[in-house]
Write a protein that binds this ligand. Structure first.
Ligand SMILES: Cc1ncc(COP(=O)(O)O)c(C=O)c1O
Length: 386
């Protein structure tokens, strides 16, 4: 198989990620629960895992990281747990994934929160001038929540500038790093990130079903889900007198999937050892090769800008006369190429780029282990189909 669906989930994972999950599953019990040796050892390993992730994102206190079942859950906790008042507002980009846009639409439906969408214009993913005007004219805005990079077209948002401005106006900032964690450098302090949602199974090369939420000190957050945390077991309420949770316990309810959590941290270790910039250079080279190849094929439309310096290794395209999903199926059946066709859980992005009438796009996404041969096979197969 020529795997070009790394924006959905990276594959294959490093061998050490598989062995960490397997060994943990066999050997260790849930930390924070038992008083026995295996549970205490699990607790120690969990502390190390939090430290690994903290180091990767410039987080000074690892206890501000809660493991979650993924980026989607982390974004739900960040948005639904936030202490909103009716009439408050939130800002998002025009290319959000459902993982952020649906929780925000839920706030509008159920909690009286309005939302503003910063326009996408002429392949520019986030109109900074329009955003600045929004911040200056709407004092009700309390939160700015955006994706770091589009899962459809790979365009990177200028999050440093977006969040610096948000902080100058006293807003809480939330980053959906689903497409960027492990792919681009992220530093919560330098980038002014108050809450950071990270998946384990994409750029960190960990397993599915695990991720993390970082919440900066002093950022208020109520509970999103309630249950046993392993601490304060004798008390009925899970939150403090202000109705806020304590991190990490308050966001880690139920029995924790330690094999997944440690395997995620092992993936982060692997990325750190290889170096984000080394992986990025490899991916950018192949991204340019892919764009060059696609540009030679008559009938191909590429969506979004093509400046690889401002893109993650994700390309959305269509071939005239072919439905993206059907084309994806054909390319897999005929050449073993794994792509993803359709709307990629991000209809806003497809509305922005104008691909809705075509049934979305076909997406190719490159990872750390993608080879030039994988890209060449795709280009030849598309030439044949044309
Ligand atoms: C931009 C974006 N946000 C959020 C998610 C959801 O991540 P998870 O699978 O960890 O819930 C994805 C997954 O495709 C994504 O691409």
């Amino acid at each position: 198989m020529h795997y070009l669906d790394n924006a959905a989930t990276t594959w294959p994972k490093p061998e050490s990620v598989y062995t960490t999950a397997d060994e943990t599953f066999r050997a260790l019990f849930s930390p924070k629960r038992g008083s026995h040796k295996a549970s205490r050892a699990g607790g120690q390993k969990l502390d190390n895992a939090r430290q690994t992730l903290a180091t990767l994102f410039g987080i000074t206190n690892p206890q501000r990281i809660a493991f979650t079942p993924g980026a989607t859950y982390a974004l739900n906790a960040a948005t639904q747990g936030y202490p909103w008042q009716a009439g408050d507002a939130v800002v998002m980009s025009a290319i959000e994934h459902h993982a952020l846009s649906r929780p925000i639409r839920k706030l509008a439906r159920e909690r009286g929160v309005t939302f503003h969408v910063v326009p996408y214009t002429d392949d520019v993913p986030f109109d900074m001038a329009a955003y600045k005007t929004l911040l200056e004219t709407h004092s009700t805005i309390r939160m700015v929540a955006v994706t770091h990079a589009s899962n459809v077209i790979g365009s990177i948002l200028p999050i440093h500038d977006i969040f610096t401005l948000a902080h100058q106006h006293g807003k809480t900032t939330v980053l959906d790093a689903a497409q960027s964690a492990g792919v681009l450098p992220i530093n919560v302090i330098d980038d002014h990130i108050d809450m950071l949602a990270v998946p384990g199974h994409k750029g960190l090369y960990g397993p599915p079903g695990v991720g993390m939420l970082y919440v900066a000190e002093g950022v208020p957050l109520g509970s999103f889900a309630e249950g046993g945390t392993g601490g304060d077991s004798g008390k009925h309420p899970m939150t403090n007198e202000q109705g806020h949770i304590n991190l990490p316990d308050g966001a880690e309810v139920g029995t924790l999937p330690l094999p997944l959590m440690l395997a995620m941290a092992e993936g982060a270790n692997w990325v750190t050892e290889r170096g984000i910039s080394t992986i990025h250079t490899h991916e950018c080279t192949l991204l340019q090769h892919l764009l060059d190849g696609l540009n030679t094929i008559e009938g191909i439309t590429i969506y979004g800008h093509q400046n690889v310096a401002h893109k993650t290794p994700v390309v959305s395209f269509n071939l005239a006369g072919h439905h993206p999903k059907e084309l994806g199926n054909t390319l897999f059946d005929e050449a073993g190429i794994a792509l993803r066709g359709g709307f990629h859980c991000a209809p806003m992005a497809h509305e922005a780029i104008g691909s809705v009438p075509h049934g979305g796009t076909l997406r190719a996404s490159i990872g750390a282990t993608t080879s030039q041969a994988d890209v060449d096979v795709l280009i030849s197969a598309l030439n044949r189909l044309r």
